[in-house]
Ligand binder design. Structure first.
Ligand code: HAM
Length: 422
């Protein structure tokens, strides 16, 4: 038997309503904030991520799904959304519209990581990016959108961690201090971090190896070395978040795993996910639009991992949480004539927006009623020869057992359902 590739998942019908619930909540919150959806290709030229995400990152060094297409071009399946959105922002001249440009996306992402709970090779992100605004009010707005999204999903036990990793000016000075610190431990660092020491010492702070992360624990913190502008921006962002009643913790160890960040970075962490606890991460990136060939424009955004959100929802609301509503009414039948009458009635009920079902597998009446129970139908009605002759049936409330006589018309059934179900 051919099985799915390692690190991928089928979303089964029992979970699809949960996915739709998350996507619907994301779209509702984006509407409130004026973020418009953008859809982009699943694959891009490899160079976009090498230049955009950064060639000292784990994502680019170890995790990209890269292949040569039949025309000899190097192609990569999107490992994340930001670089793609920057490319699209520039390529489609979105900067020519009144700024900022507020964009949202729900995308599949691909990273060749070691699969474990909450870490997949194909996963999905809901993300937003805001281009063309450098104010701290933008940072606060973007973070508040993520916060509202997670709140509306009904998640608890989520902590917001924020940090500032400065701008190229203060980062340069800080990197000197960091390099001097890590030089002392040159003999102990892993091979990848030895390379990073020269090119990008901040990446060492993000290394997953036990020894490197132990050494990095006492390294100088960027937040203590910010220039005046970055420091003011960070203080203002924090004050605005507090003003909105959004709780956060400053965590000087957050550097994020991608190279494009400047100033504010943040992560929302769940207390019920174990090692892969970050459900949402993001930050500001001031140089990326220019790096990818556009006129200078600031960007800031985040992405939330949908599979991780589902793990949290299941952990908090029970494995069987499904948001799957059963039919409003199940029409059971006895005989071929009744079956035809039922199909017409169900079609009319559906036309009126009522979720109606009938048996399609030739079950006995008893088995049909069992099936209606399994589907969690709220009402049922049985149609046989007598019901057809009188054009009347008994509509049964499956919860209370209460029965009401009803004409076998969509209007009459709707009248009862409107009063009692909706
Ligand atoms: P990221 O932190 O690499 O950031 O990913 C964002 C979120 O995607 C993570 O917090 C996590 O929930 C989910 N995620 C990442 N890798 C995996 C995986 N292997 N399996 C399952 N879920 C995963 C970015 O991608 C940035 N582009 C976010 C951003 C947008 N920054 C600014 N704008």
């Amino acid at each position: 038997m051919i099985t799915k590739p390692r690190g991928t998942e089928d979303v089964l019908p029992k979970d699809s309503k949960l996915w739709q619930y998350i996507e619907k909540t994301a779209r509702e919150v984006c509407d409130l904030y004026g973020y418009k959806e953008i859809r982009t290709p699943v694959f891009e030229h490899t160079e976009l991520f090498q230049r955009g995400v950064g060639d000292t990152t784990d994502v680019v060094q170890k995790e990209m799904y890269t292949f040569e297409d039949k025309g000899g071009r190097s192609i990569t399946l999107k490992p994340e959304g930001t670089a793609t959105l920057v490319r699209s922002y520039i390529e489609n001249s979105l900067y020519a519209n009144p700024q900022p440009t507020k964009l949202s996306y729900i995308i599949p992402c691909f990273r060749y990581e070691k699969p474990q709970s909450g870490r997949l090779r194909e996963f999905h992100q809901f993300g937003i990016e805001c281009f063309g605004a450098s104010s701290s009010s933008t940072d606060a707005e973007v973070i508040s959108l993520a916060w509202m999204f997670l709140k509306k999903l009904g998640l608890s036990g989520i902590t917001l961690n924020i940090n500032s990793i400065g701008c190229p000016v203060c980062k340069k000075e800080y990197n000197k201090k960091l390099r001097a610190y890590f030089e002392e431990y040159k003999g102990e660092l892993c091979a990848t971090c030895l390379e990073r020491l020269e090119k990008n010492p901040m990446r060492i702070i993000d290394c997953k190896s036990e020894i490197c992360s132990r050494i990095a624990k006492d390294a100088p913190k960027m937040v203590d070395h910010l220039c005046t502008e970055c420091s003011e921006h960070f203080e203002e962002t924090k004050a605005r978040l507090s003003g909105m009643g959004i709780d956060f913790e400053v965590n000087p160890d957050i550097v994020r795993g991608l190279d494009y960040y400047t100033k504010t970075v943040f992560e929302f962490v769940s207390d019920c996910l174990g090692a892969q606890s970050t459900v949402c991460g993001g930050g500001r990136y001031s140089g990326l639009v220019e790096e990818l060939g556009g006129k200078p424009a600031d960007g800031i955004g985040f992405a939330a991992g949908i599979e991780r959100l589902i793990l949290v929802l299941k952990a908090q609301k029970g494995e069987e949480v499904s948001f799957d509503d059963g039919p409003d009414v199940f029409v059971a039948t006895m005989g071929d004539e009744a079956d035809k009458t039922a199909q017409k009635l169900i079609f009319e009920l559906r036309t009126k927006g009522i979720h109606a079902q009938q048996d399609l597998c030739g079950r006995s009446l008893k088995a049909q009623m069992k099936y209606a129970d399994k589907l969690a139908a709220r009402y049922s009605v049985v149609i046989g020869d007598d019901e057809i002759a009188n054009n009347k049936g008994n509509l049964k409330n499956m919860g209370t057992g209460e029965v009401k006589e009803v004409s076998l018309t969509a209007e009459a059934i709707c009248e009862i359902l409107d009063a009692e179900v909706r």
